[in-house]
Ligand binder design. Sequence first.
Ligand SMILES: Nc1nc2c(ncn2[C@@H]2O[C@H](COP(=O)(O)OP(=O)(O)OP(=O)(O)O)[C@@H](O)[C@H]2O)c(=O)[nH]1
Ligand SMILES: [Mg+2]
Length: 256
Amino acid sequence: MTRPPRSPLSLTITFPCYNEEANVERVTRSAVEVGRKVADDLEVLIVNDGSRDRTGEIAERLAAEFPEVRVVHNSPNRGYGGALSRGFREATKTWVFYTDGDGQFDIGELPRLLPLLERYDIVSGYRRQRRDPWIRRLNAWAWGTLVRALFRLRIRDIDGAFKIYPRSLFDRIDMKSTGALIDTEVLSRAQRLGYSIGQIDVSHYPRTAGQQTGARLSVIFRAFRELLALRRDIRAGGPKRDGDTAAPVRASPKTL
Ligand SMILES: Nc1nc2c(ncn2[C@@H]2O[C@H](COP(=O)(O)OP(=O)(O)OP(=O)(O)O)[C@@H](O)[C@H]2O)c(=O)[nH]1
Ligand SMILES: [Mg+2]
């Protein structure tokens, strides 16, 4: 299949922030700096997920400083999946890159993903070495094994927050997960529609500021509940949107 050239690039960089007052500025500045280098048409979209600290205020200040930066606020907090899917739906550019708002990934590695868009519809970064406490890594391994088996996903790091999607995908799929299952939901629905997924290793860093919340019991229970619901949904044929065809809609050479 002939792939379109990589330039010019129309790109939204989005990240969810829940009580990330200590991280949102650093991540936004990095997104603007890297985004300006790689994209001709750039949007940086901060999703403030009902933070109770100064995240929203800092994000608004950054939106006033940079013309590319936009902020949307979920009120109240909707959870990781609710925040991520809001960013996906609100993105206005042709490609959507997302990462975490806590700075555990280096947006400087985004350019390494772009060449893979010539061969794949989606590019997914996997953490070379996950820099989280061992219990988190053990949980993640067990969870990943279960999810990969249930949804037949051949993805090394389903929840690695460093992926590029075509924006048009989000008009074609439902996103119901409000919790950690959102990555599995998007990838499995995309795979079902025939999107190909390229993978590349990326770095991961320990959280240096802000509160760790990813291992809360409530987060884990919600993920299991949503896992069963998604499994039922996909088994039942899942909601495909009208006009869907088996193949993804390709980006036009002008807009990639
Ligand atoms: N946990 C959590 N994160 C949210 C929520 N809404 C948005 N986020 C953001 O989602 C990103 C990922 O959440 P993290 O808590 O960093 O999850 P994680 O990296 O798996 O785990 P830790 O960093 O170890 O807590 C961060 O940028 C959060 O600010 C939410 O309701 N809960
Ligand atoms: Mg984190």
